[in-house]
Design a protein around this ligand. Structure first.
Ligand SMILES: NC(=O)c1ccc[n+]([C@@H]2O[C@H](COP(=O)([O-])OP(=O)(O)OC[C@H]3O[C@@H](n4cnc5c(N)ncnc54)[C@H](OP(=O)(O)O)[C@@H]3O)[C@@H](O)[C@H]2O)c1
Length: 244
């Protein structure tokens, strides 16, 4: 995720990449000569800096144990399920939580943000380099949005794989099924920008037709309730992570 951020930000901001592995930092410098790189060390000086935190949530404690020096100007965090309260253990004037998704790799992330209003427009601008941005009023909304848009690419990947496997099972060649599935997602995403899911469904589902038969099978298997429960359980997991 940090590479996606570097790629999106490198031509618009002065970046200093701080990590713990010198070889990886050198490789980053070779790939993006404009960035500065530096090793993370005890008492690292964060005074007046704008920081984007990109480690895994469980790594926050080991970062805190380094004991930073000074007070950052702003702290942005992309750590899933990690509340502002925990981030405040790092001294900064303002705090933002951002939740991009893996589509950031192709500049198509659906990123949600929340936190201190003072940083709202700056945060929206920074993360627009990864795709679209949506400001949310609470951390609860951000955690629900994490279940939808953060984890969503994995859920949709499962749908794509199942549809593809279904077509192969009926006798379609894998490469053709794979190409058609990706075109199906691309086209449907564009349609969803201008139509509701219900409009799309009704426009294809003719009386007594093949689509109606497929929809009946999905409803009989409880697919819709399964997806709703999927969002519920992913959201609940983020609340559990918060407590651990
Ligand atoms: N992947 C996604 O789709 C996605 C979406 C939204 C948000 N996020 C969030 O983005 C964050 C990063 O996820 P990722 O998928 O990019 O993970 P990742 O590829 O494993 O990257 C984690 C980075 O953190 C560094 N790191 C780990 N422990 C550290 C420590 N103790 N001190 C310093 N650096 C440390 C790693 O450095 P080394 O290379 O040296 O190990 C690596 O550069 C997570 O908090 C995740 O919740 C991810």
């Amino acid at each position: 995720m940090s590479k996606a951020l570097i790629c999106g930000l490198v031509d618009r901001y002065t970046l200093e990449i701080i990590g713990r592995d010198w070889e990886k930092l050198e490789a980053l410098k070779a790939q993006y000569p404009k960035v500065e790189v530096g090793l993370l060390k005890d008492g690292f000086d964060i005074d007046g800096k704008n920081i984007i935190l990109c480690v895994k949530p469980h790594a926050l404690d080991s970062l805190l144990s380094l004991g930073f020096k000074g007070k950052a100007s702003s702290l942005y965090s992309i750590l899933a399920g990690t509340p502002l309260q925990s981030l405040k253990k790092i001294a900064a004037r303002f705090y933002i939580r951002a939740m991009p998704n893996v589509c950031a790799k192709i500049n198509s992330s659906a990123t949600t943000l929340t936190g201190d209003e003072e940083l709202k427009s700056e945060a929206m601008e920074i993360f627009s380099s990864l795709g679209s941005t949506t400001w949310l009023e609470s951390e609860k909304e951000l955690d629900i949005a994490t279940a939808l848009a953060g984890s969503g690419p994995a859920f949709l990947a499962l749908v794509a794989q199942s549809l593809e496997d279904g077509a192969v099972r009926e006798g379609l060649r894998r490469d053709i099924a794979s190409k058609l599935t990706s075109e199906l997602f691309l086209g449907s995403a564009k349609l969803l920008k201008e139509s509701t899911p219900n409009e799309i469904k009704e426009s294809v589902m003719s009386p007594g037709g093949t689509t109606a038969e497929g929809i009946y099978t999905l409803e009989e298997q409880g697919v819709r309730a399964s997806f709703m429960k999927c969002i519920k359980s992913a959201y609940e997991k983020s609340q559990e992570l918060k407590k651990s």
